[in-house]
Design a protein around this ligand. Structure first.
Ligand code: ZN
Length: 294
């Protein structure tokens, strides 16, 4: 039986629904980011409007999931189709927020632990949709995720220091963990990017990817980045080979790496412990085998 942390039991079903609705609202905001950030537009003005007929979108046409369904995916005035992406992003964000929340509750972590994961989900969704279409990961997304990660480490040191007691104020140590993780990952990724460019004479790892990994590090630490990079470059390479063999694309034809990295990060969020333990177990077995052979 898992411990449900800190939330009174009667509140749990209501909290679950609240988190899903919160996720769909954040998803609605992410839709604005996904459209406007790569186009260099402001997130606040002008207010949301139909790109075809300029009809100002009223509040009742802006209710996550429901409005898109009620309008049948069309503008109320000129009936131009509204991309199903709007519905999909809201649903994905709501569902992933809900899953993150369930995981945090089931593993008995403090409720604050869900917040960095919510940020990771938002960052991954923006990365997946913007990078696929525009081949960039917006600075606004990565920089704000980095700042959020550093701030969380100050306000919730327990995210970085779950068990140990320290003599120095805890927030200083946890800030150093968050900042240090970010710095190490950015330096490492920058080196990979620069050497990759020298070696392959082509940008294999863009600066957007470097900053993306830095943001993940500031929010949830180095192991998550390690797995993200491993998973992202592996599945990305497989996709590259697929393009070459089946689509007759040239070797090294550019395709965005961001969606593969984001998929890796999301896998880590939900299965990080299992992945980490299997890795440790595997290295233990190998060490034993090697030791026995000597
Ligand atoms: Zn319209």
């Amino acid at each position: 039986m898992h411990e449900i942390s800190q939330i009174p039991e009667a509140m749990v079903p209501m909290m679950n629904i609240f988190v899903f609705i919160l996720g769909t609202c954040i998803g609605s905001f992410l839709n604005v980011c996904i459209w406007r950030l790569p186009r260099g537009e402001s997130l606040v003005s002008p207010p949301s409007h139909c790109p075809k007929c300029n009809y100002l979108i009223q509040w009742y046409d802006n209710i996550p999931l429901l409005s898109w369904l009620a309008l049948g995916g069309k503008c109320r005035k000129c009936k131009t189709g509204i991309s199903p992406r709007y519905f999909l992003v809201e649903l994905m964000t709501g569902y992933l927020f809900f899953l993150v929340w369930m995981k945090v509750m089931m593993t008995g972590q403090p409720a604050s632990a869900a917040v960095p994961y919510f940020c990771i989900v938002a960052l991954c969704i923006v990365t997946i949709f913007v990078d696929t279409e525009h081949r960039i990961i917006p600075n606004e997304a990565t920089y704000s995720a980095m700042v959020a990660g550093l701030l969380f480490s100050v306000f919730w040191p327990e995210l970085w220091l779950p068990h140990r007691k320290w003599i120095v104020p805890e927030w200083i140590i946890s800030f150093m963990f968050s900042f240090g993780s970010m710095a190490v990952c950015i330096l490492f990724m920058a080196a990979v990017s620069i050497f990759g460019k020298i070696l392959f004479k082509k940008e294999a790892m863009g600066w957007g990817d470097v900053k993306y990994i830095g943001a993940v590090a500031a929010l949830i630490g180095v192991p998550a980045c390690f797995f993200t990079l491993l998973f992202g470059s592996l599945t990305g390479s497989l996709y590259g080979i697929f393009l070459m063999v089946f689509r007759k694309k040239k070797l090294r034809s550019a395709f965005p790496l961001g969606p593969f990295l984001a998929a890796g990060t999301l896998l880590w969020v939900f299965f990080g412990e299992i992945i980490g333990e299997s890795y440790l177990e595997l290295s233990r077995q190998i060490t034993l085998k090697l030791g026995g052979g000597w």
